[in-house]
Write a protein that binds this ligand. Sequence first.
Ligand code: SF4
Length: 98
Amino acid sequence: MTAHVAEVSACSVGACSFNHDGCTAYAITVSGSPEHASCATFIDTSSLGGLPKVLAHVGACQRAECKFNDHLMCDAHDVKIGPGAEQADCLTYQPTAV
Ligand code: SF4
């Protein structure tokens, strides 16, 4: 079980209300489906979200099949979020071979 909390080092999802030169949510949740990890914190509204500084981490990750996943936490050094199959995906996701 890891005590590490992965930093969100970059986010290129321009439409997200939390993105102000980086992710300003306190923490994000990564969800999605097998073979596809998406950011469940992504929201496109007219409201400005988040804190006045960039410090987001991965608070929880549901992609248990990712090689970085440890007890539904992310053990990668950091993650990058950006457009992929959907508008906001975890680009660091790496499914383990089955
Ligand atoms: S790298 Fe893997 S474990 Fe970490 S947030 Fe992305 S999908 Fe989850």
